[in-house]
Design a protein around this ligand. Structure first.
Ligand code: AMP
Ligand code: SF4
Length: 456
């Protein structure tokens, strides 16, 4: 079965002058959620939807002429992450579609788990898909609806059929819709900007646009924002609270608040708990810049050890995580990180990282610190052992690729060559977030949904 993983950011703007220029800025605040491609779809005064999208970073895809052409007060935007198996231009969003219900544009973050069944059914009815994205599937389901009351019912019927993770923004007939799956896997927040509104995957985008946070879109909720203001509907009576733990641990930006919990504060507290659970005999603490910076601050503060710059990041190297070949990934890590010799030479170093997925990064880091003269390397991971694949939109590869799926902690320690290796407990994730429920399936193997034949 083909695995489609999409990590993305979505944005919607309603009732604001030069909406596309704001989206251009807002999407740059969501750039960490996807660097492979991006796009903006705007509804013009004439009701027509204009779209510009392309491969690359937001700042490179949009030129002045593109933004000038995208005139209008309502728009949606999208950034998309590189993936191992689906990388074509055809998968870059938003999608502009026309169905029985009329014309609309749509952008989606997340992963739908029962995509194959529904796709097969639609194909048997003669639907032709132009991409491998499950977001297009959502579009087809909305497009075939012709409910008398229009888009709200069409979107609700579509959302009913789909199981899994979705945060979706839709622009149709002068109204912006935003919808979140019933489990609430990924964040989606609403802000007020003057007389208009902004909806975004993370509050950091609201902040950068100067929008005032109103509330999150609830799990199982569909909101519409139109001439009559903001309206709320439910597409599911079930309300899950299964926010993806990896959003807090790694994915989201530290200045974002996810369902009331600031991401930096979560990570800092998780670093403090990591020290309580695993104090190590080190001379100094260092992070793997920048994703584990907050956790390292927490560990250093709790332990009283100095926080040092043991590793330096070259910001101009592209992300290495999802390179097609392992050899390229290894060179990539070396290009991206360098040890600061003067800091680590002769020292016992506690290295805090947010996660170990395949083990490539940790192994390289331990080696480069030892080569730079570190006496001891203690690896501390601010998340539990990652052992199960994600089916909800965070691309970490298959079970076989995850080092934690087949190796014990001691075997992983041996593989990465560290003196000690310790992981945060699962309980600490709940303590650090102040929550009683989260999705922690990639650590525990307990998936909140049916997997419809996918192998967990
Ligand atoms: P690996 O080298 O495969 O063990 O990957 C671990 C590194 O990748 C960690 O340093 C994390 O910061 C980063 N990471 C963890 N999860 C993801 C993800 N879903 N996408 C991109 N990078 C990630
Ligand atoms: Fe997030 Fe892991 Fe759940 Fe995927 S399986 S949604 S990465 S917590």
């Amino acid at each position: 079965m083909k695995e489609i993983h999409e990590e993305c950011g979505v944005l919607g703007i309603y009732g604001v002058d030069q909406a596309s220029r704001l989206a251009f800025l807002g999407l740059q605040s969501l750039q960490h959620r996807g660097q492979q491609g991006c796009g903006i779809a705007v509804e013009g005064e004439d009701g027509d939807i204009r779209l510009h999208k392309g491969a690359g970073l937001v700042k490179d895809v949009f030129k002045e002429a593109d933004l000038a052409r995208l005139a209008g007060r309502n728009c949606i935007g999208h950034v998309r992450y590189p993936t191992t198996d689906v990388g074509g231009m055809e998968n870059i969003q938003p999608f502009k579609m026309t169905g029985k219900a009329g014309r609309f544009a749509l952008a989606h973050n997340g992963n739908i788990v029962n995509v194959d069944i529904i796709r097969e059914h639609l194909e048997s009815l003669g639907h032709i898909f132009s991409s491998s994205s499950d977001s297009e599937l959502f579009g087809h389901l909305i497009g075939i609806g012709r409910a008398p009351n229009g888009w709200v019912e069409n979107i609700i019927s579509a959302a009913h059929l789909l199981d899994g993770a979705f945060c979706i923004v839709i622009l149709a007939d002068g109204v912006l819709y935003a919808c979140r799956d019933k489990y609430g896997f990924h964040p989606l927040s609403i802000g007020r900007l003057g007389d208009g509104y902004v909806v975004a995957s993370e509050t950091c985008a609201l902040n950068s646009l100067g929008a005032e946070f109103i509330r999150d879109v609830e799990p199982g909720e569909l909101i519409s924002i139109g001439p009559e203001g903001l309206k709320s509907y439910r597409h599911s009576l079930y309300v899950g609270r299964r926010m993806c733990a990896m959003e807090y641990i790694y994915f989201a930006r530290p200045d974002s608040d996810i369902e009331g919990c600031n991401v930096h504060a979560f990570r800092k507290l998780s670093g403090k708990i990591l020290f309580e659970e695993h104090p190590v005999p080190a001379d100094l603490v260092t992070c793997v810049p920048e994703s584990s910076m907050s956790a390292a601050i927490g560990y250093a503060e709790a332990s009283g050890l100095p926080l040092e710059m043991g590793l330096l990041k070259n910001m101009y190297v592209a992300r290495t995580f999802i390179q097609p070949a392992q050899s390229l990934r290894e060179i990539g890590v070396k290009m991206k990180l360098t040890p600061v010799r003067g800091v680590v030479r002769g020292k016992s170093v506690a290295v805090i990282d947010d996660s170990i997925v395949r083990g490539t990064t940790s192994r390289q880091i331990v080696k480069m610190l030892r080569d730079a003269g570190a006496r001891e390397v203690h690896m501390l991971i601010a998340s539990p052992k990652y052992a199960w694949p994600c089916f909800y939109g965070i691309d970490t590869g298959t079970r076989e690729q995850l080092i934690g799926s087949s190796k014990t902690v001691e075997e992983i320690r041996d593989f990465i060559g560290a003196d000690t290796l310790n992981y945060l407990s699962e309980d600490a994730l709940f303590r650090a977030s102040g929550r009683t429920t989260l999705c922690t399936a990639c650590f525990s193997g307990h998936y909140p949904t049916d997997l419809y034949g996918h192998e967990g």
